[in-house]
Every structure is written in C-alpha cells, then in structure tokens.
Design a protein around this ligand. Structure first.
Ligand code: AMP
Length: 191
C-alpha cells in the first residue's frame, strides 16, 4: 500500500506515519528526516538545505525530487511506503505522480490529519524544547504555517479530485488518532 500522509507542521503526522509504518510493515519515508540526516552528515545537499530549513522555507523542488526518487528506488519501498512530508506543493504532487506512474506504483491513499493551528503552535513549541530543533522558534513556526496554507493546502484538493483523500481529526491522544486512521484505511480496503 502506498500512502501519503498530509497535515500541517505539528499535526502529529510524523508520529502517526511511524505507527502506521510499523503496523503495515512498510518503510516510513520522511523527507524532513532525510534532510536532517543530510545536514548531520554534512553533505553538500545538507549544507544547502540547512540554511533554507532554518528559515522555515522549502528546499527546492529539484533537490526534493532527487532525494525522494533515490529513496523510493530502494528495494524496501517496492512493497509500498508511508510518505511523510512529501509532496508539499502542487509541483511536487505532480512530480511524484509522474515518478510513481513510471514505476507503476501509484498512490493508493492520501490521509489528511486535521488540527487547529493554535494547538499546533503549542505542540511545536513543546517539541522544539524536547528535540532542540533550530527551525522551531515561534516566528519560524508561524512562517511555516503560512507557507503550509499557501502551498501545501492545495495538495489536499489535488488528491480529493482524484478520489484518493480521506481526512481524520488530529485531536486527542496519539492512540485515538491512530485508531481513526486505521478505521479510515479499513473502510478504504473494504470498498
Ligand atoms: P518536516 O520534518 O517534514 O517538518 O520538515 C522540516 C523541514 O524540511 C521543512 O520545514 C522544510 O524546510 C524541509 N522539507 C521537508 N520536506 C520538504 C519538501 N517536501 N519540500 C520542501 N522542503 C521540505
């Protein structure tokens, strides 16, 4: 099964993607994590990405496509995957479709986790303190929210138009949200 998880920064999509990957025995592919690894490893890509990430802006579509293509070509992604953090704009959504069409592995399901923006800002502030992330100051978080609304929200409609979108409420405990997600996937596989 090939699943795209969508949601605002701090919506809990990373946590839910990891749980789902574990449940479905599929790789969890997080572009944020791939980028943070590149930053840590000090690669050329990592150096370029860090400046942009620290400002709360997007890394270029070209770099992202290269990164995601390389990851999706690894053998563990053949059985399916849980994508977290990609696509983040319409150009990326179209590029992903083209790539997946080429390897005959189209997206099966797009799952949007809906949350209240103020709740998200509180959650991100907590995570920033726990993980010591330099891209999580309040100013940067507000900027990421605006970029999300302008650029990533249209991706939700993109998948809705293809009949691939389901939405779940991201409020409550991690377990409650996870149960909702499993419920939605169950309905999809029964239909
Ligand atoms: P995340 O962990 O998904 O919140 O990603 C952290 C940061 O990595 C984002 O704020 C962006 O700067 C960058 N990033 C992750 N995924 C993408 C993407 N698909 N397109 C552009 N930038 C990305």
């Amino acid at each position: 099964m090939r699943i795209v998880l969508l949601g605002a920064p701090g919506s809990g999509k990373g946590t839910q993607a990891a749980l789902l990957a574990d449940e479905l025995k599929l790789p969890h592919i997080s572009t944020g994590e791939l980028l943070r690894s590149a930053v840590k490893a000090g690669t050329e890509l990592g150096k370029k990405a860090k400046v942009v990430m620290d400002r709360g802006e997007f890394v270029s579509d070209d770099i992202m496509l290269e990164l995601i293509e390389e990851r999706l070509m690894q053998s563990d992604a053949k059985a399916g995957f849980i994508l977290d953090g990609y696509p983040r704009n319409l150009a990326q959504a179209r590029a992903l479709d083209t790539l997946l069409a080429r390897i005959e592995q189209p997206v099966d399901e797009a799952l949007q986790i809906d949350v209240d923006v103020e709740m998200v800002i509180a959650r991100i502030a907590k995570r920033a303190a726990e993980e010591d992330r330099s891209d999580d100051t309040e100013e940067v978080v507000r900027k990421r929210m605006k970029i999300y609304a302008d650029q990533t929200a249209p991706v939700i409609d993109y998948y809705a138009q293809q009949g691939l979108l389901s939405r779940v409420l991201g409020e409550g405990t991690i377990e409650e949200v996870f149960q909702r997600i499993k419920g939605v996937l169950q309905v999809r596989s029964d239909s």
